[in-house]
Design a protein around this ligand. Sequence first.
Ligand code: PMP
Length: 436
Amino acid sequence: MADTVTERYRKERPGSWARWERACRVIPGGITHDGRYLTPFPLYVRRAAGPRKWDVDGQEYVDYWMGHGALFLGHAHPSLVEAVQAQVGRGTHYGACHDLEVEWAEWITRLVPSAELVRFTMSGTEATHLALRLARAATGRPKIVKFTGHFHGWHDGVSAGVNPPYEIPMSAGIPGAVLGEVLLSPPNDMAALERLVGSRQDIAAVILEPAGGSAGTIPTEPGFLKDLRQLTRDRGLVLIFDEVISGFRYAPGGAQEYYGVTPDLTTLAKIVAGGLPGAAVCGRREIVGLMAFGEDTGWNRAQRVAQNGTYNANPLSAAAGIAMLSELANGKLHDAANARGAELRAGLNDVFRKAGVACVAYGDVSIFHVSLEGSPGAKAKDPDLYHKWRCALILQGVDMSAYHGWVSAVHGEREIEETIDAVARAVRDLQAEGAL
Ligand code: PMP
């Protein structure tokens, strides 16, 4: 009998296998991000350029991880390489304010409709943590409304209701008291949200991924954002758009520009820092301004919203962020990336239809999602199948998250055609062993 996809993966990626075994001795499970979990072992990459990357066994891939969505200009884009190289020799941390952080913040306020003031953090997780702190300080209320299936990073305050079954938090080790401050509501359901909010006076904010939960896996229905904006305004709740994924991708001004709905606070990461570590919270002056020191020492000590962070707005990330935002500001790159995204979604659905499998590709702009079960809008049910799917794709020269992929502005027609052919072969391999 022919080897299964998993058996072939073991045989044909020996370099990754050996490295993973070594890693397991010093790193739990051998991986440094839960999203990299792959059975039988993850892929080890040595080099990347443009839309492609090469693994430690010398195999080439069209890449749709794209830095978890951060690399809108592909890997090692010349303008980013130049900006970072120029800065690294001038110093990577001044322990002082510097011009680049001001310029970076100015770019954000220019592009993002809700951004009057900007404060930098190092990751999207820190950004949502700070946004919730700001909302609580601004309202004097403790509770947060979060939608089931929406992901806002890994800190305790947003770990409820991420993956089904939603009663079980995303991780062990989270205090019940923290989970108790989060009120869960189903996405796209205004009636349920109105019932939940009712006449409660203890809710500070509603946070969501505006384009849909889990990077758009559960898309937001048209009209929901406008109704949500109305409800939060009427009830004095802070509306937080977590635009870590959608920021600068849906449009230069993010999903808020794309949908024409302006939140009170926005969290940004990924594209904002051009592929280096960096993130931000921005929004209304009277809320983000709660971080500013004033003349009243009592207020400074007790009422101000505090935040530190050794690497906040470090010059390297700022240089990369400025280079990225200035490249994408006019929206032209979005046309290219979105066109490739649409071609890819259509091509994948064509492959699935011809193969007679239930799988569906869907999504917006330059993001695509795949439901192998044929249930767009729902989170995946059979993790084992998705591991096989990733191994099958890797064997055919495509690397993406099991559930979605990000198309960059430098993916061309050639990459899209290659990907569609590769997926057709991967589907055939999985059908041959009865997995699809
Ligand atoms: N919010 C959303 C919507 C995200 O997709 C992510 C990360 N994928 C985060 C927050 C957390 O960002 P980070 O990984 O930079 O902490």
